[in-house]
Design a protein around this ligand. Structure first.
Ligand code: ASP
Ligand code: MG
Length: 415
């Protein structure tokens, strides 16, 4: 008998039929003797619908009112799910974020959780009820409704699991778990049994958008095992946990992440003097543009070339800023290349396995893919390449590191 926190995302509660099915599922867990605290998202599309309504009224809706509006989405699902449970004879009680007292700071639309009062939930569980909590919302110290940012229900679930010392936090969604890479790019991508928090953070930030990144950070910090699994299909999903708890016989590489819409900026011929990297890059990040991979090379005669990547959507603005700076420091030129992407190999096993980088470069060389920039961290190697080779590169690496599902194609029911 354990206490588990389960979160059901928007598609899992996207219709009355699905809410009924989730109720059945929860009852199954209750019958096994587990205590269940459920967090739900708004029905799929609802948060977008509400946002569109707001934008019809006001171009830039005031954040406080936006939170009052958006929090209604989750309030609908907690009530409907409890009704579906009660109808089946299962005691259940719904709570908004404010009622549980998920206390947050005052930053509307992107609030951070400060504290959770677990008493109300624990009392309710003792009575034998299933507790259903609205995800994504909290309340500030003055009683104002706040929300945690898009995808924030994941964070609510993890925070509750921490506050209640739950055995596990299970995130039910519309995919079977975390894959070695995007199955739309590599057909035989393999479902990972387990992955470390660190690896998941790298994969999440690089585009494997299964979980809100903040929820993974949170779970890692407080060491709550997180499991991602499908609402619609049977299976154990993917356990996200501490390195110690994972079978390290696993291959060195957990997965391959990629980022499509990148752009590369090079400021060529900048004077080779102290402070120049700051002079060039400072104003770009001050403008709120996220600067990613950065390299500086020796250029001609006492000058350097500074190259970095930004999101493609922000690249024109970055170029404008750099053009000005280039003039003021007498740099030769600023070159913008909007046709690049980033591919990253991620795995904690890199720490103990030698030769990962050279194997990666060989796999790309064999496909004649030119690497423009390389960066490495302890558990990640990223390359920036021409965007037209993205799929090819991901597939080549996936097979070079033998990440494919050996059973792919054997099961006739497999998509
Ligand atoms: N309903 C919110 C959203 O769509 C929160 C969530 O689903 O996690 O972003
Ligand atoms: Mg979500």
């Amino acid at each position: 008998m354990a206490l588990i926190v389960q979160k059901y995302g928007g598609t899992s509660v996207g219709s009355i039929e699905r809410i009924e099915a989730v109720a059945e599922k929860i009852i199954g867990f209750r019958e096994k003797g587990d205590d269940v605290v459920v967090v739900v998202s708004a029905m799929s599309g609802e948060t977008n619908r509400l946002t569109a309504l707001a934008l019809n009224v006001m171009e830039q809706p005031t954040p406080r009112e936006m939170d009052v509006l958006l929090a209604t989405g989750e309030q609908v699902t907690i009530a409907l799910l409890c009704m579906a449970l009660i109808k089946r004879g299962c005691g259940a009680r719904s709570f908004t974020g404010g009622q549980v007292r998920i206390l947050t700071d005052e930053s509307h639309t992107k609030a951070r959780i400060r504290e959770i009062d677990s008493n109300l939930i624990l009392t309710q569980l003792e009575k034998g009820d299933v507790v259903v909590v609205a995800g994504f919302q909290g309340v500030d110290e003055y009683g104002n409704i706040t929300t945690l940012g898009r995808g924030g229900s994941d964070t609510t679930a993890v925070a509750l699991a921490v506050a209640l010392s739950a055995a596990e936090c299970q995130i039910y969604t519309d995919v079977k778990g975390v894959y070695t890479t995007d199955p739309r790019v590599v057909q035989d991508a393999r479902l990972l049994k387990s992955i470390t928090f660190e690896e998941m953070l790298e994969l999440a930030s690089l585009g494997a958008k299964v979980l809100q990144i903040r929820s993974v950070e949170f779970a890692g910090k407080y060491k709550v095992p997180l499991r991602v699994l499908s609402t619609f299909e049977e299976g154990e999903g993917t356990l996200i946990s501490l390195e110690e708890e994972i079978d390290m016989e696993d291959p060195a590489i957990a997965g391959i992440a990629f980022e499509r819409d990148e752009a590369k900026l090079t400021v060529a011929g900048v004077p080779d003097v102290p402070g120049i990297a700051y002079t060039v890059i400072g104003p770009v990040s001050d403008a709120g543009i996220e600067v990613d991979v950065i390299v500086q090379n020796a250029g001609v005669e006492g000058t350097n070339d500074i190259t970095f990547t930004v999101k493609r959507a922000e690249s024109d603005e970055a170029k404008k800023i750099l053009d000005k700076i280039a003039k003021s420091i007498d740099a030769r030129e600023v070159v913008l290349d909007k046709k690049v992407c980033k591919v990253s190999l991620v795995g904690v096993g890199m720490r103990s396995h030698a030769g990962i980088a050279s194997r990666m470069f060989k796999a790309l060389a064999d496909e004649n893919i030119n690497i423009q920039i390389i960066t490495t961290s302890e558990i990640k190697i990223s390359v920036v390449i021409d965007e037209k080779y993205l799929e090819l590169a991901v597939r080549a690496l996936h097979s070079a590191f033998e990440l494919g599902d050996p059973d792919y194609g054997k099961n006739p029911n497999q998509a």
